[in-house]
Write a protein that binds this ligand. Structure first.
Ligand SMILES: [Zn+2]
Length: 369
């Protein structure tokens, strides 16, 4: 029997304008073409950037299909796709994760700069109109085509769907951010924002050898939860002014301030304090300020005098995807990653899921088609 019978369709939750209700519509499913993999989706989690797209904070083609943190089972392999990134053979039925982006092919960015994730023409899952063939290229649906020039990994059997789904965005992004912040043995690290990224960031910082992780978030429930993910001291930045916060953090990160700061709160206003937390020679990775026009006024003289390094994180290198999966697999008993996906919704409940995620009632909402 053909893997994809003629006339097969798959349902997708689409929206027609920013903030408008989702509607489940059916679109045709065709066999996988060369270089593609057709996947039956098991789970897709709602990332903060899905919410930004949905609310129109950044351009997103419509009718929109969102979702890029996706896992699923292989239905059909297109010609030429035989192995995953590690060289493991792929077969129908395998549960896989894949890079949140795909690229047009080799370029100066892949061959010279080693920045494939920023290749001209890079596109992301959950960022195209549902009317654009092959229609199924987002997470909030029954099927997804993994398109050519994506990076694929088989998921170890022991990992639950809840542990595996955030790997290809949340975890891989923080693998990249902690790499860019050069977090090393015995260091003190400040994490600005204890949402999903911040909690993974704290856990990865500890695994990279940090001695002290200070977490900042205005939400009490997140601060309470953060101890399970490696945060030693959680502070409420809303409870004191910036000067008091800087003094408090610097007194914790002896002798001269934090070795590294990770910004995952998405608030440009938090950046001057982030710079002030750092010791001389410290490193600052920005991973949360994803929206255009994130203007902020900083004292550039402080960057100069303190010999600071500022680094941006957008998309991640494909190697970070391998590291992310290995990290979650190796540390699943040390950190309760399964608890981070704390809400499940059907394909016809995407509106409620987006609302709960947007209003921070859940940490990671999962769509299970
Ligand atoms: Zn994401």
């Amino acid at each position: 029997m053909a893997a994809v019978p003629p006339g097969l369709t798959g349902r997708i939750a689409v929206y027609d304008a920013p903030g408008r209700p989702f509607e489940v519509r059916s679109f045709p499913v065709r066999p996988a073409r060369p270089g593609e993999v057709l996947v039956k989706i098991r789970m897709s989690t709602i990332c903060r950037s899905d919410i930004h797209s949905y609310l129109g904070h950044r351009p997103s083609p419509r009718p929109g299909v969102l979702g890029h943190e996706i896992i699923g089972h292989i239905v059909e392999l297109g010609a030429g796709v035989t192995r995953d990134m590690r060289g493991e053979p792929l077969a129908a039925g395998d549960r896989i994760t894949w890079s949140e982006y795909f690229i047009p092919g080799p370029s100066y960015f892949t061959e010279v700069l080693d920045l494939p994730q920023k290749s001209p023409g890079v596109d992301k899952y959950g960022h195209m109109a549902a009317t654009t063939p092959p229609h199924h290229h987002g997470g909030f649906g029954e099927y997804c085509y993994v398109l050519p020039q994506s990076w694929i990994l088989k998921i170890p059997a022991e990992l639950s769907d809840e542990e595996a789904t955030p790997v290809n965005c949340g975890v891989a992004t923080m693998m990249c951010a902690t790499e860019r912040a050069e977090i090393g043995m015995g260091e003190s690290v400040v994490v600005q924002g204890l949402g999903l990224l911040g909690l993974y960031g704290a856990a990865i910082a500890k695994a990279r050898g940090a001695r002290l992780v200070v977490g900042l978030d205005t939400v009490a429930a997140r601060r309470a939860m953060s101890a399970d993910f490696g945060v030693d001291v959680a502070l409420d930045p809303g409870a004191m002014d910036d000067a008091a916060l800087v003094a408090k953090v610097r007194s914790l990160c002896r002798p001269d301030g934090a070795d590294a700061v990770l910004e995952v709160c998405g608030s440009p206003e938090a950046i001057p304090a982030g710079i002030a937390f750092l010791r001389t020679g410290g490193r600052y990775a920005l991973a949360g300020v994803v929206n255009p026009d994130s203007f902020v006024r900083i004292d550039a003289n402080q960057v100069l005098r303190k010999l600071l390094t500022l680094r941006g994180v957008h998309n991640y290198h494909p190697r970070n995807l391998v590291e992310a999966l290995d990290f979650v697999h190796a540390n699943r008993k040390r950190f309760p990653f399964h608890a981070l996906v704390d809400g499940k919704y059907g394909l016809d409940e995407v509106d409620r899921a987006m609302r709960d995620a947007g209003e921070r009632r859940v940490l990671r909402a999962a769509i299970v088609p």
